[in-house]
Ligand binder design. Sequence first.
Ligand code: DGL
Length: 272
Amino acid sequence: MISDTKEMSLKGDYRPIGIFDSGVGGLSIAKAIAHQLPNENLIYVADTLYSPYGEKSVEFIQSRVNEISNILLSKSVKALVIACNTATVNAIDQLREKINIPIIGVEPAIKPAAQQSLTKNIGILVTQATAENSRFKNLIEQHKNDVQVHIQACPGLVELIEANKINTQECNTLLRRFIATLLTKNVDTLVLGCTHYPFLTDKIRHIVGNTMNLVETAVPVTLQLKRKLAEQNSLTTNKGPGQYSFLSSKVNRQQQQLFSDFWQGPLILQPL
Ligand code: DGL
């Protein structure tokens, strides 16, 4: 599983960037990458058959992350983006021990949120498996300084997004329930700690009004990816638009529609 970047960089590195998530959430990251690095080829993998990761054990998440990474490596990706907070906090360390291409993870943006907060109270919306994770807890200890951190796990939310039920009463009710406590804690900065949640930005904004800044990670993750590729001289020299492939462990008509809706453009979803 070792990839040779030196030879490729001499000719211009056209190898794709692999991006993956448990489902459509990582498209929020893929969109930012496509915007910032429009000439790069991208392969997006959704592990929808095994979604949501947020309700699974650490061992299960690690085995899925390893399986998908191997599939992406067999497609000669030059970097891997784990476009999933849950997979990053639960599986990135062991993955980095196994492979030697750049691996960019997505973690809840605690540091910028703590720096921005004027009320010294930040909220974090995450999946259950992130909320319970020790790497996530360490991240909070490392960056919170004098700020109170209010963690809110949101079981059920990813399932509704994956079922294309964002615009339903059920989704509104669940979201209101998760945010209600934070509204009583003088929170002025809210971290969207799951890549599915940026797709709920309008709904969250509707609930919190102007009382909170919403913080997510798509742009910093993209910049980190760009830095890593530049460092190893493997940014593409392709001048035309990048080619995109979308693969999933669950493909059917509904999934095809869901992906086109979230990508906001036509695409063909292929079996993994
Ligand atoms: N989108 C993912 C995250 O950022 C995971 C959602 C899930 O599968 O539970 O955590």
